[in-house]
Design a protein around this ligand. Structure first.
Ligand code: ZN
Length: 480
């Protein structure tokens, strides 16, 4: 029998607020254990939560960008479970009446467009963290609790089971991550856990209506792990079903070393959590004016930007996709085009030279030592004939190293292109005289040898000769 894979994703995105969702503690990553904690995040009796308005702003922004309906009234609920890093014994989340419902995200896989529907987006607080090794003594004799992360604001973005493969899941996640980063509400840093993903995976006989038993893989935080974990789980379930076995509804974890999923616990149902409205928090009422204000703050989103780069700048879809992969990169590109309107040339330099150097030095585009105006300045020097395209690459590397403007480097290093016809003619005559065999063969019809002569001139001038001019003079002088 053949089976169809059905995947739904739950993504937890940490919001970029300065303080936690229900108290004034800092959300800074990397602080000493428990440095960012107070009676509210410690869950001490009598400590009352106060909702951070920024969190609501960000959740509305995410909802609007994804086309969700923003609820006029939403409710915070207590999700009750016991966990050592959750001192209150419950997590404040949203259950019935979440802040956003509906919406959809378009993805492209192998050139095919597909729409993935969203179920909901809700706000919640993160739990703390258990350290199974002491942060300073490295002792493993006990476990320690760090509550810095407890109360850090999250939005959980839940998709419908519309995904059909690991590839689609990764494409969805990449698109979602880029939207959140464009909105400036999540840093997208998966290593630090700012974006985590749970995947619900089930298999059903091809064409069947009814979904199969699902297995949830929890807490994955890299695209590679997600792709591998889903592929593994699909295969595991398929083998079990082919052999006539049953899939148990459970939660599993991905083990990246062994590259397998392992059982964690049997799946709990919603009623196990005994959700109920949090009596300490009033229902959240959102007026239209709030939503309108957030609407006005929405930036141009990645898909719209990509389409505009294709139609306005005549870039290829692949180039436009790369340039819009992050908002900072797109901004950099646009700043260059503003000063130097040849979009194709600008995109070529960014996509090859610039991205290579950034990659090699492990820098982000924000840390790029070459300002957009200066990259434009370099391209202008090529157009003016001051330097050749080849020398420009050398100048570029020096600009990357020093951050200096191109013209300064060119004049300091004497890299100005040789466009003096008289001097070039003399040099070419000498080269022709020194290479009689090649000259003879060229004159006998082997025109490919022109490249050899160009190479000689470039060597002589250390790449500074104007290539067009060399070609002209060479063809004239080499004529039989
Ligand atoms: Zn606190």
């Amino acid at each position: 029998m053949s089976y169809e894979t059905v995947i739904g994703l739950e993504v937890h995105a940490q919001l970029l607020t300065a303080t936690k969702i229900f108290c004034a503690c800092s959300t800074r990553f990397g602080a000493a254990p428990n440095e960012n904690s107070c009676p509210v995040c410690l869950g001490q009796p009598g400590a009352l939560p106060v909702l951070n308005k920024k969190v609501v702003d960000y959740a509305i922004r995410a909802g609007l960008a994804i086309g969700c309906t923003i609820a006029k009234k939403s409710i915070f609920a207590r999700k009750n479970y016991f966990y050592p890093d959750l001192p209150k014994g419950y997590q404040i989340s949203q259950y019935e009446l979440p802040i956003c419902t509906g919406g959809a995200i378009s993805i492209t896989v192998n050139g095919e467009k597909k729409t993935i529907r969203l179920t909901r987006i809700h706000m919640e607080e993160d739990a703390g963290k258990l350290l199974h090794e002491h942060p300073t003594t490295r002792s493993k004799e006990a476990s320690w609790v760090d509550l810095n992360r407890a109360g850090v604001p999250l939005i959980e973005i839940v998709s419908e089971p519309d995904l059909r493969s690991a590839e689609e899941a990764v494409a969805y996640l990449k698109t979602l991550r880029s939207i959140l980063m464009y909105l400036d509400i999540c840093d997208g840093n998966m290593e630090e856990g700012s974006l985590r993903c749970d995947a619900n995976i089930s298999l059903k006989p091809s064409g069947a209506e009814k979904l199969g038993t699902k297995v949830e893989i929890k807490n994955m935080n890299s695209f590679r792990h997600i792709e591998k974990a889903i592929a593994y789980e699909v295969q595991r379930q398929e083998e079990a079903l082919q052999e006539g076995g049953k899939i148990v509804q459970e939660t599993r974890l991905w083990n990246p070393e062994k590259e397998v999923t392992v059982p964690m616990r049997s799946k709990e149902e919603a009623h196990d959590y005994r959700y109920f409205p949090d009596p300490d928090l009033l229902p959240l009422l959102i007026e239209d004016s709030w939503v309108t204000a957030m609407h006005q703050h929405l930036p141009e989103l990645p898909t719209a930007k990509r389409d505009r780069f294709i139609s306005e700048h005549q870039l290829s879809p692949v180039d436009a996709e790369t340039l819009t992969s992050s908002r900072d990169l797109a901004n950099y590109y646009e700043a260059c085009v503003k000063v130097y309107p040849d979009a194709k040339k600008v995109s070529n330099w960014i996509l090859t030279e610039l991205l290579r150097e950034l990659n090699n030095s492990g820098r982000s585009i924000k840390q790029c030592p070459i300002k957009p105006e200066r990259l434009a300045g370099l391209l202008q020097l090529i157009d003016q004939g001051t330097i050749s395209g080849k020398i420009a690459k050398t100048v570029f590397l020096e600009m990357y190293k020093t951050g200096e403007p191109a013209d300064k480097i060119v004049s300091r290093q004497g890299l100005t292109q040789v466009s003096d016809t008289g001097a070039l003619e003399k040099m070419i005559e000498t080269i022709i005289a020194a290479n009689p065999k090649e000259t003879e063969r060229y004159r006998a019809g082997n025109e490919k040898l022109i490249a050899f002569f160009v190479g000689q001139v470039m060597k002589e001038t250390q790449g500074k000769a104007n290539p067009q001019l060399i070609n002209e003079i060479l063809r004239k002088k080499l004529k039989p």
